[in-house]
Design a binder for this molecule. Sequence first.
Ligand SMILES: [Zn+2]
Ligand SMILES: [Zn+2]
Length: 316
Amino acid sequence: MNALHWLFTRTFTYISLALAILAIYVIGYDMGKLFLWFILPFYGISLLFQLLAPKIKAPLEKNELVTDIISNTVTIGVVNSIQTWGVGIIFALSSSSLLIHFGIMDAKYGLADLPHWLQIVLGLLIMDFFFYVTHRIAHEVPFFWRFHAIHHCAHRVTFMNAYRVHPIDAMFRRYVPLFFVMLTGISNEAFVASAVIGSVLATVTHLNIDLRHGWFNYLIATNENHRWHHSTNISEAKNFSVITVWDHLFGTFYLPRDRDMPEKTGLVDETDYPLHNYWQLLLQPFRKKKADNAPVKTSELMNEDEALSPSQPHLQ
Ligand SMILES: [Zn+2]
Ligand SMILES: [Zn+2]
């Protein structure tokens, strides 16, 4: 059993990515079918493994599960539906690039003529660059942090709260990167393939399983490095991108070798915060807080001494 667990924790992510590629090969580039026959079952299996072998075994908090279920349903149901509808409209045009469609850019500069694998890699890199930018904005601009704080409020990182997000935050951090990918003229096939691979990676980042990725942690967002993003300690709460090249480039990659998870996960100031009440969480960004601790700019901390002091400002 121990050998099996060892093997499972070291191969789960790679097997999942291989299965995603196999699913695309077998099912084709129909996003609806891929969602139904690959992504949904993958969610189910991931959840099952998380229930069988959780890393953090703490019992559920009052209303935690119901808040996550409602949030997941709204995010997957509403945010994803609008996204599928919008992307469908753009791909129905003469080119997936709005710039090409409206004659602003010549078609020869679009990605569609490049080899398939290169389009997928470039699509993921471009999408993730804008995901990095919007995610940093969500942390460092108080207006956007009010919405993004909902994703950070839970006391543990699990697959169940991967989609604990305010719909406005989800739309901002998803539609803006998508819009820029849509300017590149990427083919529908490459777009679908990168979306399926992106879904697998997004699931892995929040799995409450003791997965071990070794060198892969330095390349891709995993649950090992994403846990630190949820730390209540600002000097640890980095790792904003999915393809970690952007974090390495902008100096925001964080993965200590001597510890495998932050001491505390969540918000520093939980005063009057409706932690596990979805409808109150939806309203929370519009409320005036007594002590609205503005998020601390990660960039301002780059040159500071990394040593923690009790007075060091914390990320909320
Ligand atoms: Zn964040
Ligand atoms: Zn997260």
